[in-house]
Design a protein around this ligand. Sequence first.
Ligand SMILES: [Mn+2]
Length: 335
Amino acid sequence: MSAAEADWTSAVGLLAAYDEVVLACHVGPDGDALGSMLALGIALRDRGTKVRASFGSEPFEVPAAYTGLPGLDLLVPVAQIPEAPGLLVIFDTGSIDRLGALADRVPAAADVLVIDHHVSNTRFGTVNLVDVDAAATAVVVVELLDRLGLPLTAEIAAPVYTGLVTDTGSFKYAGTTPAVHELAARLLATGIRHDLISRDIWDNASFGYVQLLGAACARAVLEPAAVAGLGLVWTTVTDADLTATGLALSDVEGVIDVVRTAREAEVAAVLKHDPADGWLKVSTRSKGAVDVGAVCGSLGGGGHRFAAGFTSGDDIDGTLDQLRAALAAAPHLPV
Ligand SMILES: [Mn+2]
C-alpha cells in the first residue's frame, strides 16, 4: 500500500516549513538507505535548505561501494547532529533501534518524517511515508521530490539509481515492476554513469574479500531436510576470517548473495560474529516460498519478505536451532 494522501500532504508541508533539516538512515547503511538520504539532501540543499545528514554507525565510515556518490559532503558525524533537531527525516529504517547512536534524536526532535518501504516499519514518525509496495525507499523519495516540485538532476539521480539497483538486485527481484523500469529510464535520461555506479557496487571487492568468500563457501552446510524439505544452506563468517583479511563486518554483507545461489536450498543464511559486541548477525534470503521477514521477525529481527535478518546473543548451534525451528514452522507461499 502506498502512503495515504494525507501523509503526502503532511510531508510536503513539513519540508516547506523548515529551512534547516537533519537527515538520518539506518546503521550500516546500504545503497538504498544512503542513496535515498543523499538524494533528498541534495535536492533540499539545491533549494536553499541547510542540510546535515548522518548515520549512527561506529566507526562512522561510508562503505567503499558508495564513496563515489554525490552529496557525501552533506554527511557529518553523529556528534555534529543537534541533540534536539527541528525536523528529522529518516530513511529506509523500520524501527528506532536501527538508528544506533542517532536513536535518541527521534524523541527529542520536534517533527520526525519517516520515509521507508519496510513491511516491518513501526511508524515511529510524526509523519510516516511508508510504501511497502515500493521496490526501494529511493522510489518514495522520487515521488516526494515530484510532489515538492524539485527537479531530478543528474546529481540526485545517481544516488536514487544506487538505491534502486541495490534493493532490486539489479532489477532481478520480485517487485521489479514496469514502474521501476520507467523510473530507471528517467534516471538514465539525466545522463548518469549507471555503468560506473554498478561497478562501484558489485565489482569492487578487495582481494581479501575474495579469499574470505572462498573460506565461507568452503565450510557452507547444506541441510536438504530443513525448511520442511525445501532445504537450507548456511555458513559463518568468523573473527578469524575478518582478522586474516583485514575486513570489517560491513564489508562482508555480500557473502549471502553467493551462498543463496545454491539451488538445492530454498533458504540461505549467513551467521556473522560481530567482534564489537559478541553477537551473531544473521542474514537470511528466501527464493520465494518462505517469508523470511516473518521468520526473522519471530526471532526479534525484521526486514523484507525474501531478505531479512536478526541478531542473536546465543552461540552458532543455539542460533541455528532457533532458525531451523522457525523455518520448519513457516507457511509455504504460492510461487
Ligand atoms: Mn531499502
